[in-house]
Ligand binder design. Structure first.
Ligand SMILES: NC(=O)c1ccc[n+]([C@@H]2O[C@H](COP(=O)([O-])OP(=O)(O)OC[C@H]3O[C@@H](n4cnc5c(N)ncnc54)[C@H](OP(=O)(O)O)[C@@H]3O)[C@@H](O)[C@H]2O)c1
Length: 282
């Protein structure tokens, strides 16, 4: 029995769908099962990572856990891992390619909590596999409202380039790991199929939607103020914007490591991701 934590989210939702297709036995965790919108017939159990004892019911009889950590710090993770360790034998953790194992403490808070989680999981006594995601293609849904209302996308860092990854490919690696053997202690870096800069991704969205979309670069400071206004912590905002500023510039192009290296099935392109999400942009 597999427990999917983060089952209502972008990657976890795909993990649920692909586990169903595989015929594996699993159940999904949700804070509010009534509003979970998962495929009919999915067993959904209530639980909240910020209340570790609430996880016991969902973990009954569970051997393997797919874990998404939805917080911006690792506070609370030791207690959660203790509860998981009392039931399960293995964790497949959705981590990030931003983890730097050589750093004592990473400056960017998001990379820092992923590095903390990986260390806590390694020391937990559980068997583990890390699925380290590159930048998610789904981050580009932040442009959906602009695209629905006009042909111009205002975004910073036109030249910022990453091999952004389809959530279904991250899920495919997780499901492959959960349902086949030989993945203990592996750290799978999973990116998209090719490095594309911001302007190129906007062009691809336009091509799929058959509309003349174009990018208008805006200063990073304007975006910074917008994110701070929306309540994001300053160190998280700076970490995200610094990573964007550095990506694809100064010879820092990230290595491309698509899901097919691990799953053996064709990896999804950015074009495919846009086609799968065309409804969000229309
Ligand atoms: N965006 C990127 O470029 C990127 C890159 C690498 C790694 N990552 C990592 O990927 C993870 C996010 O994955 P995602 O985008 O698939 O997530 P998401 O779509 O944001 O969904 C978050 C999930 O976490 C669940 N959740 C939130 N608070 C919870 C709580 N207190 N207890 C139990 N469940 C809770 C939500 O469930 P309910 O609200 O239904 O309870 C939902 O299923 C993060 O750890 C992020 O750092 C992101």
């Amino acid at each position: 029995m597999i427990l999917v934590i983060g089952a209502t989210g972008k990657v976890g939702g795909q993990v649920v769908r692909q586990l169903r297709e595989s015929g594996a036995r699993f159940r999904a965790l949700a804070r509010d099962p009534a509003s979970a919108h998962l495929p009919g017939g999915t067993e959904i159990v209530r639980g909240d990572l910020s209340d570790p004892p609430s996880l016991h019911t969902a973990l009954e009889g569970v051997e393997d856990v797919f874990l998404v950590w939805p917080f911006l710090s690792s506070e609370g993770a030791p207690a959660v891992l203790e509860v998981i360790g009392g039931h399960a034998r293995r964790v497949v953790y959705l981590s990030s390619t931003g983890v730097d194992e050589t750093a004592d403490q990473q400056a960017d808070p998001i990379n820092r909590f992923h590095a903390d989680l990986e260390r806590l999981i390694r020391n937990s006594g559980l068997r583990w596999t890390f699925v380290r995601g590159g930048g998610f293609a789904s981050n580009d849904l932040q442009w959906a409202e602009q695209i629905r209302s006009g042909d111009v996308v205002h975004a910073p860092f036109a030249a910022g380039a990453r091999a952004v990854v389809h959530e279904a490919d991250l899920a495919a690696v997780a499901v492959h790991t959960l349902t086949t053997g030989g993945h203990d202690g592996k750290k799978y870096e999973v990116t998209g199929t090719e490095v594309l800069n911001t302007a190129e991704r906007v062009r691809i969205i336009g091509k799929v939607l058959e509309r003349p979309l174009r990018l208008e670069e805006v200063p990073a400071e304007a975006v910074r103020q917008e994110m701070l206004g929306a309540g994001w912590p300053a160190d998280v905002v700076d970490g995200i914007l610094d990573a964007h500023a550095e990506s694809g510039t100064g010879g820092r192009e990230e290595p491309v490591s698509p899901a097919d290296r691990i799953t053996g099935s064709p990896a999804r392109t950015y074009h495919q991701w846009v086609a799968d999400h065309a409804g969000d942009f229309r």
